[in-house]
Ligand binder design. Sequence first.
Ligand code: NAD
Length: 454
Amino acid sequence: MADRYLNFTGTAPGRFLTRRLGLPQPAPLRRWSAEHPSLEGQLLHFTAGASTYRKELSDLLARTGHPGLTVRGSLSGGGSGRPAAVVVDATAVTGPETLAEVHAALHPVVRTLAASGRVIVLGAPPSADDHHQAAVQQGLEGLVRSLGKEIGGGRTVNLVRITGPSVAPAESTLRFLLSPRSAYVSGQVVEVGAAEGELAIPEDWSQPLAGRTALITGAARGIGEAVAETLVRDGAQVVLLDVPSAEADLAKVAERLGGRALPLDITADDAGERIAEFTGALGGRGGLDALVHNAGITRDRRLANMPAERWSSVIDVNLTSVLRTTDTLLKAGGLHRGGAIVATASIAGIAGNAGQTNYAASKAGIVGLVRSLAPRALAEHGVTVNAVAPGFIETKMTAAVPLFIREAGRRMNSLAQGGLPVDVAETTAWFAGAGSGSVNGQVVRVCGQSLLGA
Ligand code: NAD
């Protein structure tokens, strides 16, 4: 659905009027396109404290293709034009003095950052033994989330925690966050672990899913369709699953994307077995490299007025079927080592929402599933488990929301606009890509840093 307010504020009179009235100022976001696949402009790399990653990170950032400038502390002269991105390595910040170096690095440059630019702070996990380090590393979260709220202009600010001895496993994450693909991801904290065994690196970073097969549930329309399209763009073969009543739409999407359609109600008792059978019989080595649990429904009503079947229909589709098919496919070896499971939560599951006890329980359930299963799935099956948690996304579902509530949902985030299905799809593609094997157990909100659940 068109965001008329965003279009209006893009005109000179619209900007003048809305600024005068103190109304939100959404900036058009730079999303990925074949013509403009990357952010254009210089990348500034600062180091706070004595980071052991300095050289390795500088080499990694150079590989992303941005003309770079590595600076030890804060910038004095040097750097030309408006930078597209600023990366501050704060992994060695252990006390308030080194935390001040993060401020010193960012203070002179945030104002110069190009529209739709990126700020990425690299942190370390807060230590259980050193409360000074823990305090300031946690402090980075407050800094990042606050800067995300004040920076404006379609710019995003995120924190990446490096938990292993090398930054190499963070390459896919840094590439994602430094690209137009992450346009609607802001105010997030992402943890990147150590590589399990040898780190998988895609031959071609523009095709991180080349040679991989992905199944997407709920793919006949909306976010699922966008996920399928984005995974195909990134090189994947796709299997598209949706309810038999959506078969005609599903077939159209499958034909357009060169994928296979699997009409199937995901709540069927044997859905996992049928997926395993269908994908096992695909050509080549068969089986899946990515399983995207996207199908979801809402049946809103306040708890006092909610009959049992309204409760259970939502739990069945959004949670029980995810638990059951995941278990079946992992047990049957239906996912190859190096594969990924991506589930769909929601900010409603994080913040709660009146009238959505069933939906929020199912989506918070996804968060619980991810946190518990991720370490075991990686250790036992070599498969990562992560979730996207969309905020307000412009779909048929949100177009049906009454105008006033819709406008509030759209504007109540740092980017002052709704996201698009492709924004959720881009985050899913990053989780599912061959280079993301060290991103595990993460729940990343694709919500423009929504105020809900913040
Ligand atoms: P949508 O209603 O447009 O699409 C959902 C798809 O899932 C449909 O094609 C539907 O037929 C399919 N589906 C439903 N039940 C199924 C079943 N039993 N078996 C197989 N397929 C089934 O919804 P959407 O807006 O694209 O949302 C996709 C996911 O994102 C959902 O999990 C939703 O909860 C989540 N989400 C959406 C938003 C948003 O703003 N749109 C926000 C947060 C989370």
